[in-house]
Design a protein around this ligand. Structure first.
Ligand code: F6P
Length: 346
């Protein structure tokens, strides 16, 4: 009788900032592993902390039912960086991870996260673990893929917020500033700013000046448009003792005398159920990651290039950011339509 092929035993973890779609990705990995490949799936708690502590749940197919539409992550997450040197100089965490990986008889681990998560995944791969990464973040700034899951849902949330600001700006004839997440990248502010009809969009990638911002607002007043919507990425240059939105609002109020109010959208952008597009993308990534494991394609991150699934080596991804190009097509078209990026009078 042929030896029964031992079903592979794989681990899965979610790390870094949470976002809608994480559970859809977990479901994609897990159901493909169980149904297609007969694998056993261990869900590790709170990102890399779970690999260090060895805390996990076996994810049966029943545990994966009903989570496709669920925000957040059923596994929990953390920003644990196992390779970050401890204050006392020693760092036993990578050894603990390798020991748990061996003791639990894992064949591979799927790491779902952003830049920092992919960096750690790459280091674990160099330590000999079989690792496959899945790019996740509302910031959409993971190098090597066209799009991360979480981004579409955050664009939806931020755009809805901007839509709502139009009505109150118009009613009060005010300038409304909204601060959008994105860390050091401006993707979220760019997409939601355009989708929401922002008049001025400030991105970390484009140096702005207040004079340009104020001139745009005053010119709108002269065109009988006594209100404006200013979309500000949180990563723009600003004093660190205040929010980017407050900094811009104070400057506009000071230099133009026009009534201004600010909204920092914050963690709302990371909450709630994923959009259908994010559910599809997360499912595609998850199922493909498991296929990569079955095919022995380790040390890689699954990615989308021109809407096709592919993989990129983790060592190429770690430590890099994918930022908005200053001549991005969306920026060019927006400028032609009169949208200001705060840099017209540099
Ligand atoms: O990376 C996602 C993100 O929401 C960024 O947009 C934001 O700057 C950061 O996380 C906030 O980090 P934390 O959740 O640790 O406050």
């Amino acid at each position: 009788m042929n030896d029964v092929v031992k079903p592979k035993r794989i681990g899965i973890l979610t790390a870094g900032g949470d976002c809608p779609g994480l559970n859809a990705a977990i479901r994609g990995v897990g159901k493909t592993a169980i149904v297609e490949y007969g694998m056993e799936v261990l869900g590790f708690h709170a990102g890399y902390s779970g690999l260090i502590s060895g805390k996990y749940n076996v994810l049966k197919e029943s545990a994966l039912s009903g989570i496709l539409t669920l925000g957040g992550t059923i596994l929990g997450t953390s920003r644990e960086k196992p390779f970050k040197m401890a204050k006392n100089g020693d760092n036993l965490k990578p050894e603990k991870i390798k020991k748990n990986y061996a003791k639990l008889g894992l064949d591979a681990v799927v790491c779902i996260g952003g830049n920092g998560t992919m960096k750690t995944a790459s280091l674990l791969a160099q330590e000999g673990l079989n690792v496959v990464g899945i790019p996740k973040t509302i910031d959409n700034d993971v190098w090597g893929t066209d799009v991360t899951f979480g981004f579409d849902s955050a664009v939806q949330i931020a755009t809805d917020a901007i839509d709502r600001l139009h009505t109150t700006a118009n009613s009060h004839q005010r300038v409304m500033i909204i601060e959008i997440m994105g860390h050091h990248a401006g993707w979220l502010a760019l997409y939601s700013g355009l989708a929401g009809g922002g008049d001025i969009i400030l991105l970390p990638e484009l140096e702005y000046n207040i004079r340009s911002v104020c001139k745009k607002i005053e010119s709108r007043y002269e065109d009988n448009k006594p209100y404006s919507i200013v979309v500000v990425a949180e990563g723009i240059e600003h004093p660190k003792d205040k929010s980017a939105a407050s900094h811009i609002a104070e400057a506009i109020q000071t230099y133009t005398g026009i009534e201004t109010r600010e909204t920092v959208l914050g963690y709302i952008q990371r909450g709630g159920s994923p959009t259908p597009m994010d559910r599809i993308l997360a499912t595609r990534y998850g199922s493909f990651a498991t296929q990569c494991i079955a095919e022995g394609n380790f040390g890689t991150m699954v990615a989308i290039k021109d809407n096709e699934l592919t993989t990129v080596p983790l060592e190429e991804v770690g430590g890099k950011l994918r930022l908005v190009e200053s001549d991005h097509g969306l920026i060019q078209k927006a400028r032609k339509m009169g949208v200001s990026f705060g840099d017209e009078f540099l």
